[in-house]
Design a protein around this ligand. Structure first.
Ligand code: PML
Ligand code: MG
Length: 315
């Protein structure tokens, strides 16, 4: 039985891969909806055989209902079901969740700058320059004329782009057990967090951060009405950042800041893990209450000094 967050120890659990493999066969069910050939929405689940039909129906409904009714004639929905070999599945733990208390963009920007200054010095020989390059890159994808990113951009420790495809890197093949999802939703609700974006983003970030080559992830939603983003890192967990952008901006994107500039083989391995390896989460993680900027930075500084990351290598 999972304890409610307030009863949990203030230190996030050190987690790693559970070497045991799920006994039953599992299936990755993915949905993509486009309107007039343009991507509109997507979703995925990892399910046992008995739940596939229900999952397909749920994802179909979500895709079908996402565009406005007057676009129904131009809608195209694809649903794909892939079996996953048991030895291909990584059972993993979600990152613990922290939250910045902020009611304006300035506070959030200031936190991001200070957090990056602390965290980037672990990987960059010119941390100030790297931080500025990362912030400039974040600004560039929030410009009103920025073309929407389909996936994430990879940045080297210097903050320079590591070229991949034009549309960025898509991280897929992520699922959570029903009981863990319900526990997570309970924790989220008790912290005033609702909707499906948070659990989905937490799962995605937990898979991304499990990659040894990824130092941290920053996310700004491209939904003009969703102004909460996050920074995730192995040591500090998933940090929710309200007011990461002004409401109404259509720009958004994800940055995966790499631990070092990868060679061709390392890059290919990373992309294949992110795109193809199935990650299944079977336990909810704690959601800590919001902290003021200076308190949260202090917490992060302590955790960044700690030699052990939250996740060990997926091997
Ligand atoms: C997106 O799906 O557009 C990004 C969602 C970010 C979620 C941040 C949060 O609520 O924790
Ligand atoms: Mg989106």
């Amino acid at each position: 039985m999972i304890q409610p967050p307030e009863k949990m120890s203030p230190t996030p659990p050190i987690s790693g891969m559970d070497q045991g493999e799920p006994a039953e066969a599992l299936y990755n069910v993915r949905m993509r909806t486009s309107v007039n050939g343009k991507h509109y929405s997507g979703g995925e689940e990892i399910l046992p055989e008995k739940d596939i039909e229900e999952g397909v129906a749920r994802l179909f409904k979500r895709g079908f209902e996402s565009p406005p009714r007057n676009h129904r004639a131009e809608i195209s929905i694809s649903l794909k079901v892939d079996g996953i070999a048991a030895e291909q599945i990584r059972k993993w733990e979600l990152l613990p969740v922290r939250q910045l208390e902020s009611d304006n963009e300035e506070t959030t920007k200031s936190f991001i700058r200070s957090f990056l200054a602390l965290s980037v010095k672990e990987i960059s020989s010119e941390p100030e320059k790297s931080v500025q390059n990362i912030l400039d890159y974040m600004d560039s994808f929030q410009k009103p004329w920025a073309s929407p990113m389909w996936g994430a951009s990879l940045l080297a420790p210097s903050g320079e782009i590591v070229p991949t495809s034009d549309h960025g890197v898509r991280t897929t093949h992520i699922g959570i057990r029903t009981e863990a999802r319900l526990d997570l939703l309970t924790f989220a609700n008790s912290s005033g967090i609702s909707g499906r974006r948070f659990p989905e983003a937490l799962m995605l970030a937990s898979k991304v951060i499990a990659q040894p080559l990824v130092h941290l992830e920053i996310c700004v939603s491209d939904d003009p009405s969703y102004t909460t983003g996050y920074i995730a890192n192995k040591k500090t967990g998933y940090i929710r950042l309200p007011h990461i952008k002004k409401a109404g901006l259509t720009g958004g994107g994800r940055i995966y800041l790499l631990h070092h500039s990868p060679d061709t083989e390392e890059l290919a391995d990373l992309l294949s893990e992110l795109r193809g390896r199935a990650f299944l989460f079977d336990k909810a993680s704690p959601v800590y209450p919001p902290q003021k900027l200076t308190d949260l930075l202090f917490t992060c500084e302590q955790e960044l000094k700690c030699p052990h990351p939250i996740h060990s290598s997926p091997g």
